[in-house]
Design a protein around this ligand. Structure first.
Ligand code: NAP
Ligand code: F7E
Length: 404
């Protein structure tokens, strides 16, 4: 049985990867951080009582900033494969704690590589480094002739996160070349899921769309609605991580869908899942998303709620669309305020459900990312199962059931 060690096992990708490796018959070890409250929600279903025999899932306390701890865990575990997924992974937050991010996301990768070398496991242990499309920084001139970022596109990171990750990328490549280690970078474009952290834009949107539909939230505040991302499903992307470490030769791969979508359009797709059509008005920080119409059948099918049963919902407001639009468009804020004082957040046609809040803007933004997965498809045989529509539906279903 192969033995894998996963850093960042409590995160989105770590949890899916642990499931995949257990299914494949691996013994899986994971490093989790000590926290004052529980941080293992994503992997609790994998927990096995250590008092029972045949346990193949083990957790170790540790941290990527702690070399001795990393060396000791690797010595105990003797892994065939290490997946370095641990990171402070939020780009906007990296501007607030750049030194910490450099330590964890940059030097953390070095600590793992060096531990493997110190323990003389270079010929046994294969290493996957979680690199990222943030390395490209979205510089338009660096796309390939087909208009995508690929394995040969130059890097230009635009955040402390991207800068730390570029160190992780190069030190992994350097250890491969210098010490003949099987160490690979997966340059993964954005991947999401119902387990995505709640402050990343897709999850923030699907949680809010679900909450607004169920009358639990009145408005979603976002930053740059024009940003474009190549969004895939995390379940598909962890399969690529595994494939990368099963090849004969260690190499780096881009993992992406090859399609890019604006944040604004992702909002539209998430609300469409509950039958809400959003109309956009205004520009820049004044842009708003208005609930333009509701497809009742779709709403009921998605939420399991009959519209007329929503407490305080003005069903006439939904049916008498013209009248409603005229009156509400005139003074959306006053109406919203009135409804808020009544403590009634049920959705009505004409409500402003999306606004821009500049606090979510970044000091330097990555405007557009789109990846070319040709190498992964041809060399690894990697094929994603989810398209964007499937991803949105999976996330919306997850958040609706969470809130219901
Ligand atoms: P995530 O959900 O934020 O998970 C990050 C994991 O790293 C968590 O388990 C976290 O532990 C752990 N961690 C944070 N600081 C640590 C430290 N000092 N020592 C040890 N572990 C630490 O991220 P993800 O989306 O699963 O991403 C996995 C990896 O892929 C990350 O390296 C990320 O940068 C990279 N990546 C992600 C994407 C994407 O779109 N998701 C794309 C490209 C690359 P806690 O649970 O205790 O916080
Ligand atoms: O932002 C814009 C924001 O935070 C996506 C990480 O997994 O993928 C992720 O990084 C875009 C950006 O992801 C809000 O400005 C608008 O342009 O979901 P995000 P990210 O920054 O692309 C890469 C590949 C990683 O490696 C990272 O670890 O959406 N945006 N409004 C917003 N973003 C957030 N978070 N919140 C907003 O309200």
């Amino acid at each position: 049985m192969k033995i894998a060690l996963i850093t960042g096992i409590t995160g989105q990708d770590g949890s899916y990867l642990a499931e995949l490796l257990l299914e494949k018959g691996y013994i899986v070890h994971g490093i989790k951080r000590r926290a004052s409250s529980f941080n293992t929600q994503r992997i609790d279903h994998l927990y096995q009582d250590p008092h029972e025999g045949h346990v193949n899932f083990h957790l170790h306390y540790g941290d990527l900033t702690d070399s001795t701890n990393i060396i000791r865990i690797i010595q105990e575990v003797q892994p065939d494969e290490i997946y370095n997924l641990g990171a402070m992974s939020h780009v906007k937050v990296s501007f607030d704690s750049p030194e910490y991010v450099a330590n964890v996301d940059g030097i953390g990768a070095l600590r793992l590589l060096e531990a493997v070398r110190i323990l003389k496991l270079e010929n046994k242990t294969r290493i996957y480094q979680a690199s990222t499309s943030e390395l490209y920084g979205g510089m338009p001139e660096n796309k390939n002739e087909k208009g995508f970022y690929d394995e040969n596109s130059p890097f230009y990171p635009r955040s402390p996160y991207g800068v730390a990750k570029i160190y992780g990328f190069w030190i992994t490549k350097n250890y491969r070349e210098a010490y003949n280690m099987f160490a690979c970078n997966g340059i993964l474009f954005n991947h999401e899921s119902p387990r995505r952290g709640e402050t990343f834009v897709t999850r923030k949107i699907t949680m809010a769309a679900a909450a607004i539909a169920l009358g639990k939230q009145d408005c979603l505040y976002l930053g740059n609605l024009d940003a474009q991302r190549d969004w895939g499903h995390a379940k598909d992307y962890v399969k690529a991580m595994w494939l990368i470490l099963q090849q004969e030769k260690p190499e780096d791969y881009v993992i992406a869908t090859g399609q890019t979508t604006k944040v604004r359009d992702f909002v539209q797709m998430a609300f469409a899942h509950v039958g809400f059509h959003i109309r956009w008005e205004g520009t820049g920080v004044d842009e708003i998303g208005i609930l333009d119409s509701i497809d009742e059948q779709r709403y009921e099918a998605a939420t399991g709620v009959t519209l007329s049963e929503v407490e305080g919902l003005n069903v006439n407001a939904l049916n008498v669309k013209t009248l409603n639009e005229t009156s509400i468009n005139a003074e959306p804020l006053t109406l919203n305020a009135e409804r808020l004082t009544l403590n009634d957040l049920t959705p009505n046609v004409g409500d402003v459900v999306v606004r821009v809040d500049p606090r979510y803007f970044r000091p330097t933004e990555v405007d557009l990312l789109i990846g070319d997965p040709t190498k992964a498809k041809t060399q690894l045989g990697w094929e994603p199962e989810y398209d964007l529509q499937g991803l949105v539906e999976d996330m919306m279903r997850g958040d609706l059931s969470l809130l219901n």
